[in-house]
Ligand binder design. Sequence first.
Ligand code: GTP
Ligand code: MG
Length: 361
Amino acid sequence: MTNKDTSALSEKDGVSQPETTSKSSAEKIKRNRRKTTSTEDFVTQIIAGNIPFLSRAITLVESTNPKHQQQANEILEACLPHANKSVRIGITGVPGVGKSTFIESFGKHLTSLGKKVAVLAVDPSSSVNKGSILGDKTRMEELVTDENAFIRPSPSGTSLGGVAQKTRESIILCEAAGFDTIIIETVGVGQSETAVHSMTDFFLLLKLAGAGDELQGIKRGIIEMADAIVINKADSGNEKNAKLAKVEFNRALHLYPAKESGWQPKVLLASALHHQGIDAIYAMIEEYMNLVKKSGYFQQKRNEQNNYWLLETINQQLKNNFYNNPKIKERLQQEVTKLENGKTTPFTAAKRLLNKNYGRQ
Ligand SMILES: Nc1nc2c(ncn2[C@@H]2O[C@H](COP(=O)(O)OP(=O)(O)OP(=O)(O)O)[C@@H](O)[C@H]2O)c(=O)[nH]1
Ligand SMILES: [Mg+2]
């Protein structure tokens, strides 16, 4: 009881604390400012392949602090001419399908070929579980310690759009740092496959062989996005089921209209755990890249993706400006009350909020 009283009292006394806090945080800011690295240094180091600098730049990209964002944008613009020279591969599949195990095996195969591999993720739920990649880095034990690999968990964030944009910007930084193969993982929460599809050149769906009902439970549109379906865990007595699944997926894929890329999506078997089928998967991706680079589709798709992200970023920014505006917050609350009291309609309320404030952001 006494303790409680004391702590309650000390809380009251604590009214003066903010000053102390602000003093110390002011000092911190000063200290940090002294330590701040110039954009030029960042860019030079990133292009030289300096991983700690790459990590720090990604942290700036992920920051919500406007000053950090400003510097991140400057770094991104300067890095852009050094980016774009990579293969970007999207990988999706339900939890437990073997994404991490696959990325470990696939990534090691790539580094053994002399490639530099960056693994990023789009996982909007990562603010809760700290990111699927980080959560099971144990499944990527070898890749984690490979000096030609860079693994970064998903940025945290509340909206998929925000998380995806940060990952997309991180791709540019990784490419500028010399990573020629970028793997983007997603567990496929909400629309995250669509987001990953819109930032990659090749989209790979990992599947398990089921009991003959392979197409059940697959989200609409995923098959259409896939450039390849890899049936994982084709081992330990599961080989026959995997082969049957391959036939069924092949049949299903042929029902879809031809892809604009001119590529006929393929179905392959793999055992990520036993490193089987991995080299064939990479050979297939190389075949795809040769095809689309020759036809010009590669550049066309990247241009389309850039346009998409331009509009997406504008949408995000407009929304953020709107909802983070204190006046809007207040008026929105007022409109909600009016709505609850039957004094307005959602449409009139929305119009009023938008009309009054749009031009003043
Ligand atoms: N037999 C067999 N097991 C595998 C294979 N690939 C992965 N596994 C096992 O399946 C389990 C899940 O693998 P993960 O790589 O963690 O799967 P994930 O898709 O990353 O799962 P989340 O991170 O939860 O989304 C682990 O116990 C792996 O050892 C495989 O090719 N064959
Ligand atoms: Mg995983």
